[in-house]
Design a protein around this ligand. Structure first.
Ligand code: IPM
Ligand code: MN
Length: 360
């Protein structure tokens, strides 16, 4: 009996369903070739459901999702819905309810993809950001007082517990040991760098920094430790990205630096990430949004969604299938698509999906 994975498919809004369809196409081919089964379940969470029913997420959504081995998400966000409602009510709600406390965002430039950084190539842009995904300003702690008056006060607090920081760091250290540059034969060390702001955020990043060095010294003496301020990190990401191996950072900083990172790997057409609960159900998604203006035009790039599917298979332990998708995406980037931008690929969304699928 071959293995069967129960996958929840959340196409979402705008171009989300189109790119998800291509990812599913590629996953089905990989399943057939590498001998496992996919039991796919579609869910209509998103703007249309919200506009129809007034309900952002059904009350049993998290329990439904827990019945699966993994979740594949397209995109959330719609021009007719005020920003924040769907993002908070669906995406963040699921991340929190399922306690997906790691957001894993690989930054890899495929050969043949144009890099906006002068003189940089695939060997230079090859690192990973581990973004903490459960704390920080995302907890919503804070409030507004005296709203509407000239003395109005708004606060949104950066909140971290030691336990939250420790579980993220421990996962990041283990990840670095397994997938760092030394482990991949690309360097002398496996290096984990903490990205923070110890010069200003002297409470939160004091905690992070102490936890980082204490854990590193005690449990991971084989892993080299570095520290960068977040602002300097942005500079180095442009100037010398080849320095980086694995970066670990807090939620908001991770959100910001991974958009910058995505552009250096060719943009949101290719960047994917995983919201991981190592003990629970994880959710994989392209990093880009729903790109509503391209909806239904067969012009959006599905490679990011396909890469999200690849990360999902890797997470499920189907490494060979993931490698095959990786090689297929790499070949399509090198030999087929002219650009990763929507409408400029030289192929339609469906055709790019076909190109990858036939190479798997
Ligand atoms: C991301 C997104 C989300 C975030 C938004 C849509 C809530 O920007 O996944 O990076 O801030 O985490
Ligand atoms: Mn973001």
């Amino acid at each position: 009996m071959s293995k069967t994975y129960r996958i929840a498919v959340l196409g979402g809004d705008g171009t989300g369903p189109e790119v998800t369809r291509e990812a599913v196409k590629v996953l089905r081919v990989a399943a057939q070739k590498f001998g496992f089964q996919l039991d796919l379940h579609d869910y209509d969470y998103g703007a249309n459901r919200y506009l129809r029913t007034g309900e952002v997420l059904p009350a049993n959504a998290a329990d439904e999702m827990r019945q699966h081995d993994a979740i594949l998400l397209g995109a959330i966000g719609h021009p007719d819905v005020k920003p924040g409602i769907l993002e908070k009510g669906i995406l963040l709600a699921l991340r929190f309810a399922l306690d997906q406390y790691i957001n894993l965002r690989p930054v890899r430039l495929y050969p043949g993809v144009e890099c906006p950084l002068k003189g940089k190539g695939p060997r230079d842009i090859d690192y990973v950001v581990v973004r903490e995904n459960s704390g920080d300003v995302y907890t919503g702690a804070g409030g507004i007082m005296m709203k509407g008056s000239p003395h109005e006060v708004a606060m949104q607090n950066m909140v971290y517990t030691r336990a939250q920081v420790d579980r993220c760091l421990r996962w990041a250290f283990h990840y670095t040991r397994k997938y760092g540059k030394k482990a991949r034969g690309r360097g002398e060390h496996n290096t984990l760098a903490l990205v923070g702001k110890t010069n200003v955020l002297t409470f939160v990043f004091d905690l992070w920094e102490r936890a980082f060095h204490e854990m590193g010294e005690r449990e991971f003496p084989d892993i080299k430790r570095d520290y960068y301020h977040v602002d300097a990190t942005c500079m180095w990401m442009v100037k010398s990205p080849e320095w980086f191996d694995v970066l670990v950072t807090a939620n908001l900083f991770g959100d910001i630096i991974t958009d910058l990172a995505a552009i250096t790997q060719g943009g949101l057409g290719i960047a994917a990430g995983g919201n991981i609960n190592p003990e629970g159900v994880s959710m994989f998604e392209p990093m880009g949004g729903s790109a509503p203006k391209y909806t239904g035009k067969n012009v959006i790039n599905p490679l990011a969604a396909i890469c999200a599917g690849m990360m999902m298979l890797e997470h499920l332990g189907e490494q060979k299938a993931a490698n095959a998708i990786n090689a297929a995406v790499s070949d399509v980037c090198l030999t087929k698509v002219k650009s990763l931008a929507a409408g400029k690929m030289g192929y339609g969304t469906i055709e790019v999906g076909d190109l990858v699928a036939e190479r798997v």
